[in-house]
Design a protein around this ligand. Structure first.
Ligand SMILES: Cc1ncc(C[n+]2csc(CCOP(=O)(O)OP(=O)(O)O)c2C)c(N)n1
Ligand SMILES: [Mg+2]
Length: 476
């Protein structure tokens, strides 16, 4: 870990987020809060938000003292109360009752929402979004939906080998991205292409990656839909579930050490929380007070495994408190609720130097990937209810219309425009040459070791012996 941290510190300065429509937009409420950091940390005021219940913190900020065992042992006394024990972490009261904590909460944790199903405001407690941002959010949601539909069809036509959609999770993708700053580092799972879209990755770049052509940032080495972009501070997607979570926590700790006015955000599914990586990472984040937003998309399914077969806790949100991490449950299909929660979580993460866990309740309305047929393990009625009655895009559109910011003419325009742009990007990407065989062996070592040279040579011989089995560009 120490090695990883020292490396990640060296990597960060090389990331040059020069993008910038967010810079131009200049949301007034997004002003930097880093200058206030010291004030937050030096006073012991750990609860400066009206969004929080007024509870004392268990552990106070005491980083770098934690290894001093003698100090902890020295504090083991009852503070004058024989019915209490001053144990590291705070006062524990004794009780004569033998009472086991129930495994079932009296009531499930409430879910924060701003817009109801019909797009009407049901809360006054949200972060205002100005018109330009709101319209960009909606357009990007439609573009993501369109891109997913057409790329999915392209896979069915055999033009690309694989694809992952974010259908039903457009609000999570776009609203969370809109609430972040371009300096924040994103560690995605694989269902957050919309975050990259928001940051300015073009449809052409998406298409180049899916077709694995020579303009793809990854030079065709990754599966389709495994995007990555240094320019957009978006770490390359890895299919290995949850491996991105410890990376995000380590990078967040590095940002903190460097005094940067930024946090990291990592996205993962409900299935991701069943891995050891999730538990190790959230605990590390809590103890090291790393400025990371842990964003869980609880979409009900991990491929064919329903959440009832994954955990018996009240979802994911309760695990935050168990690990000493501030947490919120939010309606993941409510664009304004997701935007508000991430906006506030970001400020908490940076200004107070702490992790925040967000559990967004949603539904994976598409198949897991193009390799899946979800009608084999869940009912069509269930899928349709979520797809139609809970569509986050339609809900946000209703709100925009209510504000007088959107008309049916605008709707026709954006849908036609998005469709044409995606089709064009696919046509162009399809015609671009693939990377050469040589590229399989580049970019890892300055000078390749002998075993890699041997492998290249043996591959070239194989291609020569069986030219009919390899595409012609492989011979170059
Ligand atoms: C470490 C690891 N284990 C298993 C898999 C196979 N796998 C791929 S996706 C997936 C389900 C993940 O579900 P979830 O985290 O809920 O994300 P969702 O697909 O629902 O967005 C599994 C088990 C994998 N890729 N990596
Ligand atoms: Mg899931």
């Amino acid at each position: 870990m120490a090695l990883y941290l020292s490396k990640s510190r060296k990597i960060l300065p090389h990331l040059k987020p020069k993008m910038s429509f967010l810079g131009k937009i200049n949301l007034s409420s997004w002003n930097s809060c880093f200058s206030q950091n010291q004030a937050f940390l030096s006073t012991n005021g750990r609860n400066p938000h009206p969004f929080l219940c007024n509870r004392p913190a268990l552990f106070t900020s005491r980083r770098f003292d934690s290894a001093k065992a003698d100090k902890h042992l020295g504090s083991l006394h009852n503070g004058g109360d024989p019915q209490a024990l001053n144990f590291p972490g705070g006062i524990v009261k004794f009780t004569p009752e033998m009472k086991f904590l129930s495994e079932v909460p009296e009531e499930r944790i409430h879910c924060y929402r701003v817009l109801d199903d019909s797009g009407q405001l049901v809360s006054k407690n949200f972060v205002q979004v100005d018109k330009d941002i709101a319209l960009k959010m909606y357009r990007d949601m439609v573009t993501l939906q369109t891109m997913d539909t057409i790329f999915y069809e392209a896979q069915r036509q055999g033009r690309i080998s694989f694809y992952v959609t974010a259908i039903g999770e457009e609000a999570i993708n776009i609203a969370s991205a809109a609430a972040l700053s371009m300096d924040d580092l994103v560690f995605p799972q694989y269902r957050e292409a919309g975050v990259l879209l928001w940051r300015g990755f073009t449809l052409q770049e998406f298409a180049n990656q899916c077709f694995g052509n020579k303009n793809d940032n990854g030079k065709g080495r990754q599966m389709p839909a495994h995007y990555g972009s240094n320019k957009h501070n978006y770490f390359t997607i890895a299919s290995t579930v949850a491996t991105q979570i410890p990376h995000a926590v380590g990078a967040a700790y590095s940002l903190k050490m460097d005094g940067r006015d930024a946090c990291t955000v990592t996205y993962f599914g409900d299935g991701g929380t069943s891995t050891g990586d999730f538990h190790a990472a959230i605990n590390f984040a809590a103890v090291m007070e790393a400025p990371v937003i842990l964003f869980c998309r609880n979409n009900g399914w991990a491929i064919s495994t329903p959440i009832s077969d994954q955990f018996r806790s009240d979802g994911i949100v309760v695990r935050g408190q168990a690990y000493g991490v501030r947490s919120i449950r939010v309606d993941g299909n409510d664009t304004l609720a997701v935007f508000s929660a991430v906006h506030v979580a970001r400020k908490m993460a940076i200004c107070e130097s702490r992790p925040v866990l967000i559990e967004a309740l949603t539904y994976r309305a598409g198949h897991h990937t193009t390799s899946d047929d979800s009608s084999r393990y869940r009912s069509i009625e269930e899928i349709e209810w979520w797809r139609v009655a809970q569509d986050p895009v339609a809900r946000f559109r209703k709100w925009l219309e209510g504000e007088g910011w959107w008309t049916s003419l605008d709707e026709t325009d954006i849908r036609n425009h998005a469709r044409q742009e995606v089709l064009l990007a696919i046509q162009v990407a399809e015609k671009v040459e693939k990377p050469t065989l040589k590229e399989i062996f580049t970019d890892v070592y300055d000078s390749p070791p002998s075993n890699l040279c041997d492998q290249e040579e043996s591959l070239r011989e194989m291609v020569k012996r069986h030219p009919q089995d390899y595409p012609s560009y492989f011979s170059s």
